[in-house]
Design a protein around this ligand. Sequence first.
Ligand SMILES: [Zn+2]
Length: 183
Amino acid sequence: MMNQCASDFGGWFAFAPHAFLAYRIAYFVKHGEMYLNLQAVSIAKSVYYQILHDLGLRQPECGGVLGMARNGVISTWYHDLTGKSSPTSYSPDVLAINSVLRDEWQPNGIKMAGIVHSHSTGKRVPSCGDINYGLRILDSLDTVDVFYLPILEIQPVVPNLFCYVIFRNSAGGRCKRIPYQIV
Ligand SMILES: [Zn+2]
């Protein structure tokens, strides 16, 4: 499976089904087509620049959480300063994030929509571990059908954001790069 993940990220690829709920399978079999033509995701300008500032000025890997407003725009950003960072991995501080979701986001109609984390130069795609972790989060959320997993590639001058989305389907799970627009 690692080889399959690493081989060609430009297209679609499937992961072995594991531990996902029957209703989700039925849902995606019925509605799967709509996700084959995902449109660009909209990211608020303030969030975009905050990500560049918070993650782009630090050594990889570090990260934070994306929040989506009711209109579908990614409008909110939480910089996970207490997450565990190393040169090759980032682990979110789940307790801190959950309290932000509960106390600040949910009362204001903001849904957790994804996690951004930074990678070193040349690593522009989520790893298999990243994607499987994202799929587990997606399974635990009953508020969203897709989960965004953008990667901020740290470069010497300007960091580069690459947006990916993951979702469940009849084959298990999918990950696809999608365009984004700054609004
Ligand atoms: Zn990663």
